[in-house]
Design a protein around this ligand. Structure first.
Ligand code: PBG
Length: 346
């Protein structure tokens, strides 16, 4: 007889694995709501979220970003109230993106101690907030051509000059650190960016300032609404000579390994939803390195638009997406849903 009562003294895994219906009924664990909660493998909490904020110069202005309902460009004076609300929801961290009043070829505002991001960091820190303030370190918001670094003519084609950009990336990171940033997050996909920034920070004493590297960042169509938000669409060409081809997964592992070797303290995969396989593989390759995933603007806008049309349930879909990102291996999620998710979790 094959269907006998299992020997209770046999604890070998094979017994459990070979058990089957009707001895095993998976639905038993799904019957009671409390039990379902107890056997849940992945949980979201407010401490998982990092909220992106868009800041600009000026006074008392909140300029809505049309493709990202619920998000606005905020003037620096409004930040302390905003930050108080964010902290009261239990969100531990924000990441700042700046819209400078003037853009030029080399993104000077980004390295200016009175530039928009430095000013925003100081404004938040002046309010004695204990929020973790992360700054995005990149040039696309600050250059008039919208590319992520210094553009040079290379053999008749305009392209971002990697090594020239490394120098100003280190300067930008130091500018943010001096303003009081708690962590810097380079997003420009320049080769050697983590090492250059680490060197720049260490040289002036910021040896303990962590670097969250956008190690695995794809050239994605999902960034569309963000580029409206910071007015950073490239003036010519695209970002495919520095951001990754969405077709590549092995390359993601090389990118992550290089950044870890250069001293990245945390890694990021971006976007998130269409790259859950990449999140899992990077986490498995670097289990000891905290991993962030960026649930980007286009992912947010799709949910918002479908919800506004009445086609999906916003809360259900948003929470399922965030849960999936965490289940895939992310330890933290940069998301425009951060505030809503905290309210839904409460
Ligand atoms: C670059 C940067 C981008 C985003 C974050 N940092 C845009 C880009 O690479 O074009 C996109 C974030 C989003 O879409 O939500 N500084």
């Amino acid at each position: 007889m094959s269907s006998t009562v299992p020997d209770p003294t046999d604890t070998s895994a094979s017994t459990a694995a070979s058990a089957s219906f009707p001895d095993v009924r998976m639905r038993r664990l799904r019957t009671h709501p409390r039990l379902r909660e107890m056997v849940r493998e992945t949980r979201l909490s407010p401490s998982d979220f990092i909220l992106p904020l868009f800041v600009r110069h000026g006074e008392n202005q909140r300029i809505p970003i049309s493709s990202m309902p619920g998000h606005s460009q905020l003037t620096v004076d409004l930040l302390s109230a905003e930050v108080a609300e964010i902290a009261s929801l239990g969100i531990p961290a924000v990441i700042l993106f700046g819209i400078p009043s003037e853009k030029d070829a080399v993104g000077s505002d980004a390295c200016d101690e009175n530039g928009i991001v430095a000013e925003a960091v100081r404004a938040i820190k002046a309010g004695n907030s204990d929020l973790l303030v992360i700054t995005d370190v990149c040039f696309c918001e600050f250059t008039d051509h919208g590319h992520c670094g210094i553009v040079n003519d290379r053999h008749g084609a305009l392209d971002v000059d990697n090594d020239a950009t490394l120098e100003i990336l280190a300067t930008q990171a130091v500018t943010h650190a001096r303003a009081g940033a708690d962590m810097v997050a380079p997003s420009g996909m320049m080769d050697g960016m983590v090492g250059a920034i680490r060197g720049g920070l260490d040289a002036v004493g910021f040896t303990n300032l962590p670097i969250l590297s956008y190690a695995v960042k794809y050239a994605s169509a999902f960034y569309g609404p963000f580029r409206e938000a910071v007015e950073s669409a490239p003036g010519f060409g695209d970002r495919r000579s520095y951001q990754m081809d969405p077709a590549n997964a092995g390359e993601a592992l090389r990118e992550a390994a290089l950044d870890v070797a250069e001293g990245a303290d945390l890694l990021m995969v971006k976007p998130a939803l269409a790259y859950l396989d990449i999140i899992r593989r990077v986490k498995d390759a670097h289990p000891g390195v905290p991993l962030a995933a960026y649930n980007v603007s286009g992912e947010y806008a799709m949910v918002k638009a479908a919800a506004e049309a009445g086609w999906i349930d916003e809360q259900g879909v948003a929470m399922e997406i965030l849960l999936a990102i965490k289940r895939a291996g992310a330890d933290m999620i940069l998301t425009y849903f951060a505030k809503d998710a905290c309210r839904w979790l409460a």
